[in-house]
Design a protein around this ligand. Structure first.
Ligand code: ZN
Ligand code: ZN
Length: 150
């Protein structure tokens, strides 16, 4: 059993929930994923090999994984909630392309330190960061430049 499974099973036990086969499948696929994913993409992946896992189950399992501390909702992108694994990740900020949905991760320690000292002035305790920006990735902005020129 791997670390994620242990954490998830502990959480389920505490909440009087069972570690069902669909939950196991969802957990494994979440942790085989690249760091960011949305629920629809995850569901498509699951359906490829597991026809018996329903969309409703996938949607209902997301909040459980969030509450167990294994994943977090990282940002909203193209009207979809994006999740990411929190296991071995540093804080980072997201640059999100509004056109193609590409997500670029950038180290945010400098910004975070700045935010921490700003928060301190207000005696504010920071629990989590969600910093980022939306715009166009290089590919999409090049494409747009060409379109406006022609
Ligand atoms: Zn783009
Ligand atoms: Zn991220």
């Amino acid at each position: 059993m791997n670390e994620h499974e242990k954490i998830f099973i502990d959480y389920l036990k505490r909440s009087d929930l069972k570690y069902t086969r669909p939950r196991q499948i969802i957990l494994n696929i979440v942790f085989n994923n690249p760091s960011h994913f949305d629920v629809e993409t995850l569901y498509d992946q699951i359906r490829r090999n597991n026809r018996d896992v329903s969309r409703a189950t996938v949607y209902r399992t997301m909040p459980l994984l969030v509450k167990s501390g294994l994943i977090k909702q990282s940002l909203r992108c193209q009207a979809k909630d994006q999740y990411e694994n929190v296991s071995d990740q540093d804080h980072h900020l997201h640059l999100v392309c509004n056109n193609c949905g590409k997500i670029i991760e950038i180290n945010s320690s400098e910004l975070e330190n700045r935010l921490r000292s700003l928060a301190e002035v207000h005696k504010f305790k920071i629990l989590d960061f969600s910093i980022g920006a939306q715009g166009l990735c290089r590919k999409c902005s090049n494409k747009r430049d060409k379109e406006t020129k022609s």
